[in-house]
Write a protein that binds this ligand. Sequence first.
Ligand SMILES: *[C@@H]1O[C@H](CO)[C@@H](O)[C@H](O)[C@H]1NC(C)=O
Ligand SMILES: *[C@@H]1O[C@H](CO)[C@@H](O)[C@H](O)[C@H]1NC(C)=O
Ligand SMILES: *[C@@H]1O[C@H](CO)[C@@H](O)[C@H](O)[C@H]1NC(C)=O
Ligand SMILES: *[C@@H]1O[C@H](CO)[C@@H](O)[C@H](O)[C@H]1NC(C)=O
Ligand SMILES: *[C@@H]1O[C@H](CO)[C@@H](O)[C@H](O)[C@H]1NC(C)=O
Ligand SMILES: *[C@@H]1O[C@H](CO)[C@@H](O)[C@H](O)[C@H]1NC(C)=O
Ligand SMILES: *[C@@H]1O[C@H](CO)[C@@H](O)[C@H](O)[C@H]1NC(C)=O
Ligand SMILES: *[C@@H]1O[C@H](CO)[C@@H](O)[C@H](O)[C@H]1NC(C)=O
Ligand SMILES: *[C@@H]1O[C@H](CO)[C@@H](O)[C@H](O)[C@H]1NC(C)=O
Ligand SMILES: *[C@@H]1O[C@H](CO)[C@@H](O)[C@H](O)[C@H]1NC(C)=O
Length: 502
Amino acid sequence: MGTKKTMQVTSKFHIIGTISMIWLLAVAFMLFLRPVILPPVLNLGLEKEEVVIYGPWDNERFAEEGQPNEGELEEEAVKEEAWSYNDSCKFNLVESIPQDLPYISVRSAAQPLIQSWMELLDSAQESVHIASYYWSLTGSDIGTNDSSSQPGEELLAKLETLLARNVSLTVATSDPTLAVNSTDLEVLMSKGAQVRKIPMKYLTHGVLHSKFWIVDMKHVYLGSANMDWRSLTQVKELGVVIYNCSSLAYDLEKTFQTYWVLGIPGATIPKPWPQNYSTNINWHHPLQETFDKMVTTAYFSASPPILCPRGRTKDLEALLSVIWGAEKFLYVSVMEYFPTSRFEHPVKYWPVIDNALREAAFNRHVLIHLLISCGKNSDPSMFPYLKSLQALTNPQTNITIEVKIFIIPVGNHSNIPYSRVSHSKYAVTEKKAYLGTSNWSKDYFTNTAGVGLVINQSSSDPQHSVPTIQDNLKSIFERDWQSPYAVSLEELPGQQDCVWHA
Ligand SMILES: *[C@@H]1O[C@H](CO)[C@@H](O)[C@H](O)[C@H]1NC(C)=O
Ligand SMILES: *[C@@H]1O[C@H](CO)[C@@H](O)[C@H](O)[C@H]1NC(C)=O
Ligand SMILES: *[C@@H]1O[C@H](CO)[C@@H](O)[C@H](O)[C@H]1NC(C)=O
Ligand SMILES: *[C@@H]1O[C@H](CO)[C@@H](O)[C@H](O)[C@H]1NC(C)=O
Ligand SMILES: *[C@@H]1O[C@H](CO)[C@@H](O)[C@H](O)[C@H]1NC(C)=O
Ligand SMILES: *[C@@H]1O[C@H](CO)[C@@H](O)[C@H](O)[C@H]1NC(C)=O
Ligand SMILES: *[C@@H]1O[C@H](CO)[C@@H](O)[C@H](O)[C@H]1NC(C)=O
Ligand SMILES: *[C@@H]1O[C@H](CO)[C@@H](O)[C@H](O)[C@H]1NC(C)=O
Ligand SMILES: *[C@@H]1O[C@H](CO)[C@@H](O)[C@H](O)[C@H]1NC(C)=O
Ligand SMILES: *[C@@H]1O[C@H](CO)[C@@H](O)[C@H](O)[C@H]1NC(C)=O
């Protein structure tokens, strides 16, 4: 009996032991083997419920395992090199400066946006593709009678003449729209434009916030400006026009096509995206060419991740890579800055970009200047986060994060709602320029469709060095930073035209 009982007990232990063994093996498999068998999914906090701290220590992991499939695209890369398009890509910054800002003058570093847009449309011979958030090109859309809406109205008329010249116009726009009273798109459709409304709210709980043009599959515009007359005369905007650059135009067109197919009624987001949406121009393999004695590297990023087919660098990765790469300075101009979500309930803390900034300042002594906009409609809850960043500054340890708030005087333009702000969204370092369409808060990188351009140039001819795109962007930033419209956080209380004390 005794022996039998012992045996039973022993076998019970045996069973428990075996189960434990299996369990241990399973755990070991999960911990050690899984990463070998299944390449780890890049975790950038883009998954809904994850909170992850990032840093340059992830950088190497990125570099090795970033987009595991890029290698397979190499063959395709060969036929997409810029030379095969006979490209001569020329990059021009474009900006709009709101009326009545006497201390800010258009520099040669950028061209006026309206002029560049009009010239692009005049040059169009075959097709114009426009990715847009909403349309509001006439003053009457918002019940405003103001002479500053005229350039917008002229732009709409120019688009109509385009259609009359048999140039095709294809527009992707967000649904639902902010501009409920605008008839711009109906007018253009009646003249033959093809328009699709992309139900981003339904598809990703976001909006289509991208703003870019592709003209004749060779010229590109990308920037912060909406198809809104106020973007031409009442809101400060920054963007870039790329001329004679089919390689980048075809690449951005792939992102346009991701929107276009989602505009078909009942469309769902393909998983994965078909092969022909993939790109081989990205962070790990940017376009790299010498144009007009200027060595240029460039690629486009996109958000949200679910709209990034194979090979497309995610917008957040693109931005972080620019921050991580900075060694001397990082100048940022962005409309709003929140290390949180904005449209998600409950609101989530999301210090991904915040941590990258702190690290750059602390570990690498990168000089950081943040120029953030404030207007009548700004949310003052952003200021504590900015103060917190600035509080890290310590001259003894060479840590500098300086914040200034850019306030555009309303003056006699108070009749124009949602204007008189700086809407720019860019960063520039001694190495690279990043131009985007996203505010710097979580939703823009996780739910909202946006695009970014990462670019750097260096002169291949030291004798005749012309300014690079980083030089031009830096000079625009410095002009604004030193202008009387940029005030320190300490000077903020009592400022007119910023919500702070409104
Ligand atoms: C490339 O473009 C230049 C002008 O932009 C033109 O003169 C040249 O003939 C083109 N070359 C080819 C092979 O198409
Ligand atoms: C649209 O028009 C209606 C009726 O004229 C008006 O009440 C509403 O404020 C307008 N909406 C906007 C965004 O201008
Ligand atoms: C707009 O204002 C101008 C003068 O500022 C006036 O002549 C014109 O009649 C106004 N138009 C409308 C539709 O109110
Ligand atoms: C535009 O195309 C239509 C139909 O193909 C043609 O009848 C018309 O003459 C064309 N107009 C111009 C300006 O080329
Ligand atoms: C684009 O290429 C055309 C044809 O080669 C040329 O005439 C034009 O000046 C170029 N545009 C720019 C902005 O360089
Ligand atoms: C990919 O191919 C499909 C089917 O031929 C086509 O409908 C779609 O427009 C293509 N997409 C791109 C980006 O070329
Ligand atoms: C701060 O920077 C200066 C000049 O670059 C350098 O001489 C100094 O050693 C640095 N101090 C610290 C604490 O890193
Ligand atoms: C608005 O103010 C600017 C200067 O700030 C002035 O030049 C302009 O004449 C004013 N316009 C009107 C209609 O008062
Ligand atoms: C531009 O970027 C490339 C690729 O990241 C890098 O190798 C190169 O050093 C950069 N050029 C400059 C001028 O920073
Ligand atoms: C972000 O930018 C858009 C326009 O680009 C603006 O309408 C919006 O209010 C901004 N702020 C937030 C928190 O989304």
